[in-house]
Write a protein that binds this ligand. Structure first.
Ligand code: FES
Length: 73
């Protein structure tokens, strides 16, 4: 499904980018443009990002360089 309609970014694309090392909304915005136009996708994109990180690394195994980028729970 499309998460960001303005930039035509799907949840699959976000998951792929997280698998390639992206770990924050700032990085998603810089790389894919997510949230850079109308901003309506930001909350859903954050949820997909969080779930992708959880799936990849588990709650206790997120790489240190990503810890500071994660939103407060
Ligand atoms: Fe993502 Fe508009 S839907 S910026």
């Amino acid at each position: 499904m499309y998460v960001c309609v303005c930039k035509a970014v799907s949840d699959k694309t976000i998951r792929q980018k997280v698998g390639e090392g992206l770990g924050s909304m700032r990085e998603l915005k810089q790389c894919l443009g997510v949230g850079s136009q109308c901003g309506k996708c930001t909350q859903t994109a954050q949820q997909v990002l969080n779930q992708s990180l959880q799936d990849l690394y588990g709650s206790n195994r997120i790489p240190c360089h990503l810890v500071d980028e994660r939103p407060a729970a």
